[in-house]
Design a protein around this ligand. Structure first.
Ligand code: EPU
Length: 446
């Protein structure tokens, strides 16, 4: 186990290249199960979740070669349709192999998916959709597996009751080789899904965004190999933009996705941050004047992403006044609050007044954990001080690392494997921007 030793405060300055999008890379790996040909994926991030997902497809029989940021996957003709518990249970997207396994081999066994601990995170919407396509799926609590069978998957009209990002992708991955046409209504609109669609279409699939929140997939008998460069990561970019503003610095990001981050940029400017569009894919983010409070309500695309709210909360500890964050997508995504409080942040929970929470929130209201809150209010500006910190999800991880850079003194950050799930070499990239951050074994003394 490793930890970070961080000395603050630091002003971050310089250039950083945004890595490939985690939330595309993981699903791109699954597409390899849809063909016997090789697929070649470029711009794949060096992150733990990608390595875990590669373990999943390897466990099913795929051959994987990694060469820098290029990954080649040749599935051959997979015989095994069971994802081992110790591999699949570590990663939520392991459940996405269900579609390809069912459409090609007629059966699959996947463990109850794990992943970041941000609430109940069930996959009921995925399962219901697959059932409408002809699958039978039962969860056996004795072995912790979903047991799925399908004589053949067929097209279906599926209307999601609530938005689901990976649920939409799971059904796309199931429908590409199914018999007939599938229409997904109330489908998610995140741009990462469009990148996955572009990859699948390059493999011979027939997928279109056919209307408002509607996706039509015309099943084809076979897909072929392809070579594809995945998009860069909006969540990384938002993190670095916030890092620039919070540390009163100046960071230029390359491979920028700013054209897909309109809501973020609006909030960034309202907070007093400035960005310069240096060219199509290069954006400079910098501090100019006292940070101002901005109220945020997270939302599905094109709203303010739930993935951005944790580092945003840190930014708001430096704003002059009171700001609020209302989280509407996940029911337990404020795990970083206690950590920021340890550093002196003035953050209080509140329960936003919502008339029909069971309709309003994106999570299943009945699944919420007793005692959790959907709102926080942050009073700033606060001078943060060093602390012993930990994290239990990816975005909380990025937040505490940045907080330690803003704080005065030396902080220790435990649980860095969480941040390694989704940020490529975060420590060396922050060092290049001027941060004093060192990765050491947990029991090493400095
Ligand atoms: N939900 C259900 N049942 C389902 C599906 C979802 O109750 O069958 C609930 C979830 O628990 C959540 C809400 O509905 O409360 C939205 O879930 P969604 O399915 O949209 O999210 P996800 O697919 O689990 C992906 C990203 C997340 C990102 C969200 C929102 C991946 C691998 N993960 O999660 O990314 O926050 O969409 O855009 O694509 C991250 O990168 O740190 C991360 C958590």
């Amino acid at each position: 186990m490793e930890k970070f030793i961080i000395n603050g405060p630091t002003i971050l300055h310089g250039n950083v290249t945004i890595a490939g999008a985690k939330n595309v890379a993981l699903k791109a790996i699954v597409t390899s199960l849809l063909t016997d040909d090789e697929i070649v994926l470029h711009n794949m991030p060096h992150i733990r979740d990608v390595l875990l997902m590669l373990e999943v497809v390897k466990s099913l029989g795929a051959n994987v070669t990694i060469d820098g940021n290029t990954i080649r996957i040749a599935n051959g003709h997979t015989k095994n349709t069971i994802v081992p518990l110790e591999i699949g249970a570590r990663l939520r997207t392991s459940s996405m192999v269900l579609g390809p396994m069912l459409s090609r081999y007629g059966s699959a066994m996947i463990p109850n998916p794990g992943g970041c601990r941000i609430g109940a995170r069930p996959i009921d919407r995925h399962i219901e959709g697959l059932k409408l396509m002809g699958a039978t799926i039962d969860y056996d609590s004795k072995d912790g597996y979903f047991h799925a069978h399908a004589r053949h998957l067929h097209g279906a009209q599926i209307s999601f009751l609530k938005n689901t990002h990976t649920g939409t992708e799971t059904l796309i991955l199931a429908a590409v080789l199914a018999d007939g046409t599938t229409v997904l209504k109330n489908a998610a609109e995140e741009v990462e899904i469009d990148d996955l669609i572009a990859l699948l279409n390059a493999m011979g699939a027939k997928i279109t965004r056919s209307g408002n929140k509607e996706i039509t997939i015309v099943g084809v008998p076979k897909l072929h190999g392809t070579e594809y460069t995945i998009m860069s990561d909006r969540n990384e970019e938002a993190t670095f933009a916030i890092a620039a503003l919070t540390t009163k610095g100046d960071i230029t990001v390359h491979h920028s996705q700013r054209h897909n981050m309109k809501t973020f940029l609006e909030a960034f400017e309202k907070a007093g941050g400035v960005y310069n569009m240096l060219d199509d894919t290069t954006t400079e983010y910098f501090y100019d004047k006292q940070i101002q409070p901005v109220d945020i309500v997270t939302g599905i695309y094109p709203g303010f992403m739930t993935d951005w709210q944790a580092p945003w909360a840190l930014l708001m500890t430096q704003a002059a006044g009171i700001s609020t964050i209302h989280e509407t997508v996940f029911e337990n995504r404020f795990s970083y609050v206690e950590e920021l409080r340890k550093m002196g942040a003035n953050i209080a929970y509140f329960d936003p007044n919502v008339e029909h929470p069971e309709i309003f929130y994106n999570f299943n209201w009945k699944d919420r954990i007793h005692g959790t809150h959907q709102g926080i209010s942050i009073t700033g500006p606060t001078k943060l001080h060093n602390a012993i910190l930990s994290m239990n999800d990816l975005r909380a991880g990025a937040t505490v690392v940045l907080a330690a850079m803003v704080a005065t003194g030396q902080s220790s950050v435990y649980g860095v494997e969480q941040i390694d799930r989704g940020y490529e070499h975060i420590d060396t990239r922050l060092q290049a921007l001027g941060a004093s951050i060192e990765r050491i074994e947990e029991d090493e003394v400095v």
